[in-house]
Structure formats: structure tokens, C-alpha cells
Design a protein around this ligand. Structure first.
Ligand code: ADP
Length: 208
């Protein structure tokens, strides 16, 4: 009896405006054109837990930073395990999953206010359930990100200030360094044309 080959799990990370969702869409289209079953998803999710998180991000509800971090972690566990479209089951069925943000987003964003090791501990369940085959960090300067965001969006979310994004970008690199022994991390130069960046990402995919 032949067992089903597992799908790939690829997490895209970067500060807002780095071009993650543009690249995910392109990679998903390419994989589908090659006959690969592919699922695009994002965090925070649209689940009931994810909606709470969205309400916190837009400032509609406020909560202690530790509670917020724990809610993101809960949304992530549900994203992995829920019975409707949980990532873990999809991977087992052979579907390749591309997610716009995963636990490194928590490490980078929440560690602006809380100790990074605490944030990593808070997400241990997700890391134990499923680590990405690769985490692709799309790296662009904060100034470029802010230019793109203000050109393309009517409003900026709570998190998107220059000072904050600078700290977030630093935290990403701190987390990559901390976890380089147990995670497969690829840092991609996110400057240049959409096509140039896509080529860099395809090279990483093809090397998996
Ligand atoms: P993210 O998902 O990381 O927030 P997006 O993919 O939504 O980023 O891109 C943010 C904005 O920048 C969008 O308006 C998008 O069209 C634009 N954009 C994406 N990639 C590039 C690029 N390589 N050069 C210039 N603009 C880009």
C-alpha cells in the first residue's frame, strides 16, 4: 500500500508591506499550474478566535499584552488543528500549505512589549505540532514598507508605525538567530521587482 506523500508547509514572514501576500499568490498560481494541490491561508485567521485578534489589532478591543499574545497562540493552534480546514490535516492529505504569517510573527511583533523567550514558550504547542518546511522572510527596509502601505491602503493598522516596524524587523532577526538550529529559515531580499523577488522564492521552493 503506498502512503500519501505529505504536502509542503511554507510560512511567509515579513513586516507589513513587505510583499508577502503578492508572492504567496504568485507561488500558489504557479504550483497549481503544475498540478500541485495548494492552500493559501493567513494569520490571524477568520475563525472566532481570529476575529477577537482582529478586533484587538484595529483597537476595537484592548487587552493586556500577554493576553493578546496568548490569543494569537490560540488562533494558531486552531489554525493547525481545526476540523474544517486545519493545516495539519491538509498537510497529511498531501496539500501544500502557504501561510501568510506563522509563529515568527508572534516572536517579532509581541516581543516589542514582552520577553521573547516567553512568547516562544507560549507558542510551543504549535512548534511541536508543525514546523514549516521553510520560513521565508521577505526583507525590505522599513521606509520602503511604509511607502508601499501608504500608497496602497486607505488606513494603517495599529502596528504600522516606523518606530514599531523597526523594532519588529530587529526582532525577526533576533528570533532567527535564536532558533537557527531548529528551524529552516530563508531570508529573501524583498527589494526589486515583483518578478525578481518571485525568482528568488522559486529557487528556495525548488531546493526543498
Ligand atoms: P504584505 O502582504 O507583506 O503586507 P503586499 O503583498 O500586500 O505585502 O504588498 C504591499 C503593497 O506593496 C501592495 O500594494 C503591493 O502591490 C505592493 N508591492 C508588492 N511587492 C512589490 C514590489 N516588489 N515592488 C513594489 N511594490 C510592491
Amino acid at each position: 500500500m503506498s502512503s500519501i506523500k505529505k504536502g509542503r508547509f511554507i510560512a511567509f514572514e515579513g513586516i507589513d508591506g513587505s510583499g508577502k501576500s503578492t508572492q504567496i499568490r504568485m507561488l500558489a498560481d504557479k504550483l497549481r499550474s503544475e498540478g500541485i494541490n495548494c492552500y493559501e491561508t493567513r494569520e490571524p485567521t477568520d475563525s472566532p478566535i481570529g476575529s477577537l485578534v482582529h478586533n484587538i489589532m484595529t483597537g476595537r478591543i484592548t487587552a493586556d499584552n500577554r493576553a493578546v499574545t496568548a490569543l494569537f497562540a490560540a488562533d494558531r493552534i486552531d489554525h493547525l488543528t481545526n476540523s474544517v480546514n486545519g493545516i495539519a490535516a491538509q498537510i497529511d492529505k498531501g496539500v501544500t500549505v502557504l501561510t501568510d504569517r506563522y509563529y515568527f510573527s508572534s516572536y517579532a511583533y509581541h516581543s516589542v512589549d514582552i520577553d521573547m523567550d516567553w512568547v516562544i514558550g507560549c507558542n510551543r504547542v504549535s512548534a511541536d505540532i508543525l514546523k514549516p518546511d521553510v520560513t521565508i522572510y521577505v526583507d525590505i527596509p522599513v521606509k520602503t514598507a511604509l511607502e508601499r502601505i501608504s500608497a496602497g491602503r486607505a488606513f494603517t493598522e495599529l502596528y504600522e508605525t516606523e518606530e514599531r516596524l523597526t523594532k519588529v524587523r530587529e526582532n525577526y532577526f533576533k528570533a532567527f538567530e535564536k532558533l537557527s538550529g531548529s528551524e529552516n529559515i530563508e531570508i529573501v531580499d524583498g527589494t526589486g521587482t515583483v518578478g525578481e523577488i518571485f525568482e528568488r522564492i522559486c529557487d528556495i521552493y525548488n531546493a526543498l
